[in-house]
Design a protein around this ligand. Structure first.
Ligand SMILES: Cc1cc2nc3c(=O)[nH]c(=O)nc-3n(C[C@H](O)[C@H](O)[C@H](O)COP(=O)(O)OP(=O)(O)OC[C@H]3O[C@@H](n4cnc5c(N)ncnc54)[C@H](O)[C@@H]3O)c2cc1C
Length: 362
């Protein structure tokens, strides 16, 4: 985005991949969930005031107008997450940025290894050294090394005296402890559920996986989870007690996949019996379907995480320009900063808003 705004020909872009925008390519199931119609600082982890100002510099409406002006027309598709804008194809966005950056010298297949500073920056890559008066680091974070991710932003930041907060995988699935191994038996099944974690709640699809659980409500939960307990309501909006009538089996009465109900019942040590044979204690046990507490074992790691939580402290970044407050002419944008958005287009929005903030000042 920044490169598309800089008309000066003395600008170059260094990219380790053979093409630009490889994360855009795979995002949103190759349809790039580019923004959301409800973007506020509350959708992000990080310094709220910082995030608010950056988003104000280039709002979701401005991003949509920019895309439309350049022939990309995202549409709202709230199927997975509320308010999400998806493109027709991710390739449209990559083609747009490719066209908008034809004037920029691109060093592709070029990996930045180190940066030195002595009046100008010397950017050392695996093929050449490049000198620059200004350096913008927009190299993302640690997630998906297979798409080119590296620690270079944090290496440069640390070298120039910046604070890098603890880095963790986020927007990622959870592995489970022994008591939840029954999730694995349901691998491939998804149900609509509500997840509660650290005072936040998310309603949507919960996907059981061979390693534990995933799906939109888990990805969002992983952003806020702090290694303790979380809970599921497997029957949101319904009252299990009211559904248990007549002589039908529990698994036939509950509006959930039979396989799920049977595994759930085994996990709470309850037999799948006719509803009218259930005693008070058993009904109470069944009520846990609305508040099933468990502590995830961990997560699927950086290789599967859509984003990295944590990053370069925003206390040391000028919010209007993204310039380092420690080193003049050094800038940091996007995911390498200590700002992480929820699932739903929030991370691209922040990356583009921070790029535009920089573009206006640089
Ligand atoms: C599978 C997946 C799906 C996603 N889907 C969505 C979505 O639908 N909506 C959304 O909002 N967010 C999504 N995200 C998150 C989003 O892609 C990122 O938050 C966003 O791309 C961050 O933008 P960025 O410019 O900061 O970094 P990136 O997009 O990661 O760009 C950084 C670039 O720097 C290059 N680079 C890294 N290290 C070096 C080096 N040493 N030398 C040279 N080049 C280097 C990388 O190859 C990369 O091209 C998804 C992420 C993944 C992994």
């Amino acid at each position: 985005m920044l490169a598309s705004q800089l008309k000066n020909k003395d600008v170059c872009l260094i990219e380790t991949n053979s093409k630009i925008g490889q994360k855009i390519k795979v995002s949103g199931g190759a349809k790039c969930n580019i923004t959301n119609n409800l973007v506020t600082c509350d959708n992000y982890l990080g310094n709220k005031e910082f995030v608010k100002k950056v988003l104000k510099n280039f709002t979701n409406e401005q991003l949509l107008a920019f895309l439309n002006k350049n022939g990309v027309y995202p549409k709202i598709n709230p199927k997975l997450v509320k308010g999400t804008y998806f493109c027709n194809s991710s390739s449209d966005v990559i083609e747009m940025f490719t066209k908008l950056t034809t004037h920029i010298k691109k060093y592709l297949n070029t990996k930045v290894i180190d940066v030195d500073y002595d009046e100008v920056f010397t950017i050392k890559t695996d093929t050449k050294s490049i000198k620059a008066k200004k350096l913008v680091v927009a190299s993302g974070a640690l997630s998906y090394a297979s798409l080119g991710a590296s620690s270079i932003a944090f290496d440069i930041a640390s070298k120039f005296g910046h604070t890098v907060t603890i880095l963790n995988p986020a927007l990622v699935g959870f592995t489970v402890q022994k008591d939840q191994f029954w999730f694995k038996k349901l691998s491939g099944l998804s149900i609509m559920a509500k997840a509660k974690v650290e005072g936040k709640s998310f309603y949507g699809s919960l996907l059981f996986a061979h390693k534990g659980c995933s799906g939109p409500i888990i990805l969002n939960s992983s952003l806020y989870w702090k290694k303790g307990k979380m809970s599921f309501d497997f029957l949101p909006g319904k009252k299990v007690k009211k559904l248990l009538s007549g002589n039908a089996l529990i698994s036939s009465r509950l509006p959930l996949p039979k396989r799920f109900v049977q595994e759930f019942l085994t996990s709470i040590e309850l037999e799948d019996k006719p509803c009218n044979k259930l005693n008070k204690d058993e009904i109470e046990k069944l009520e846990t379907i609305h508040n099933y507490e468990f502590a995830p074992a961990g997560n699927f790691g950086f290789t599967k995480a859509e984003v990295t939580k944590g990053g370069i402290s925003t206390d040391e970044i000028d919010v209007d320009s993204m310039q380092s407050l420690k080193v003049k002419n050094l800038y940091f944008l996007g995911e390498c900063l200590d700002v992480t958005g929820e699932l739903g287009g929030y991370n691209f929005q922040f990356a583009f808003s921070s790029a535009m903030s920089c573009a206006k000042k640089i």
